[in-house]
Design a protein around this ligand. Structure first.
Ligand SMILES: [Zn+2]
Ligand SMILES: [Zn+2]
Ligand SMILES: [Zn+2]
Length: 362
């Protein structure tokens, strides 16, 4: 019988008092009892439970967490940590700055305004990796005297707006080990390359081209990679209650030092009309490698699949119709798009055309 990975981030039960300490998810090995024996002798009050292919250890304090994991690290045991909800960062999307804005400048500017910002990453188009004029921010919660990020209305001398962050659908996959339900930040599992199973990150793999008949590192069968939904080991997760995909205003609520100004969700960011606006910035900035490879990061391409964006598409088509009637010289774009052999090529042709149009003297 296939054991379906349950999502360990859900556990322990929601009704219990709020967990304050990081959980340890120890990857199951046949000698697990020896490993647990040692830690249990020292810390008999921690709770160990088998969850799928992991043993979930619940320490009673942060100190105990450190004491349990120190020998694990020394002995090369494979585990990852799950942060308690109060320690998970608040995520929000910043809009209103050009796509070429330096992420460090954003970070410094917000830090100077008293925001406890811990990370800034630029959102990109999924396929083309084209940098969008949107930035995902992570803010530490419960930082004394920090300013509510949603009260900030200026950054880098520009007026800005905030939008809810929607996670990409599907399971979170660690881009260090390529197992699921955690991110590489808290991962102490051996690095495994998706393409060749060697101990390096997929982005550092010497194999740059697409593998014809890849072998999956998670289920060991041929024909797909471990990040494919075809894989029998790919978790079949149901959307969580309050999942931002379903209801993007509940989960992203700020707490404690954040106010209730829940921003509206990011929608239809990659409509052609919007894309056209940023087309001329294409060569201005290369995407951070982290953002192009981290699968647990968002990308805004998912939004076009939302049926509610149909009206946006219709509006965009109307804009284009008007544009081409005013500039018939650009109709060759349509032909080039029809001749393109892949979606990626189409996107490239489109951006190039937009870049050349926006550089025209007006
Ligand atoms: Zn991992
Ligand atoms: Zn490799
Ligand atoms: Zn597989």
């Amino acid at each position: 019988m296939e054991v379906v990975d349950s999502d360990p981030n859900q556990a322990p039960g929601e009704n219990r008092p709020k967990r304050k300490v990081k959980l340890i998810m120890l990857r199951y090995k046949t000698n697990y009892n020896l490993v647990l024996k040692e830690s249990n002798e020292k810390y008999p009050n921690s709770i160990n439970k088998l969850i799928g292919e992991y043993i979930r250890i619940t320490p009673i304090s942060e100190d105990q967490h450190r004491e349990i994991t120190a020998p694990f690290k020394m002995n090369g045991e494979e585990f990852y940590a799950i942060l308690p909800p109060s320690k998970r960062p608040y995520k929000v999307v910043l809009k209103g700055l050009p796509a070429s804005t330096d992420i460090d400048e954003i970070k410094n500017d917000l830090a100077n305004q008293g925001v406890a910002v811990s990370k800034v990453a630029q959102l990109t188009q999924r396929k083309s990796k084209f940098p969008l004029p949107m930035f995902l921010l992570e803010v530490r919660k419960n930082v004394p005297d920090s300013r509510d990020i949603l009260d900030v209305s200026n950054c880098c001398y520009m007026s800005i707006t905030w939008d809810s962050f929607r996670r990409r659908p599907g399971a979170t996959q660690c881009y260090n080990c390529n197992y699921f339900h955690h991110s590489s930040q808290y991962c102490d599992i051996k690095t495994r390359c998706l393409k060749c199973a060697q101990e390096h990150r997929t982005s550092d793999c010497p194999i740059k081209e697409r593998t014809e008949n890849p072998e999956c590192i998670n289920c060991k069968t041929k024909g797909h990679m471990a990040n494919s939904k075809q894989c029998p080991k790919y978790p079949k997760t149901n959307p969580k209650k309050g999942d931002p995909i379903q209801n993007n205003t509940t989960q992203n609520k700020p707490n404690a030092n954040q106010t209730q100004n829940t921003p509206k969700p990011v929608t239809t960011n990659n409509s052609y009309a919007n894309v056209a606006k940023i087309g001329h910035q294409r060569s201005a900035r290369k995407t951070e490698s982290e953002q192009t490879t981290k699968r647990s990061e968002p990308d805004s391409t998912t939004k076009t699949q939302n049926p509610s964006s149909c009206s946006e598409i219709i509006l965009a088509i109307r804009d284009f119709k008007n544009f081409f009637s005013n500039h018939p010289e650009h109709l060759s774009l349509g032909k080039a798009l029809r001749n393109a052999t892949s979606e990626e090529e189409k996107v490239d042709i489109f951006y190039e055309a937009m870049a050349s149009i926006s550089n025209l003297p007006t």
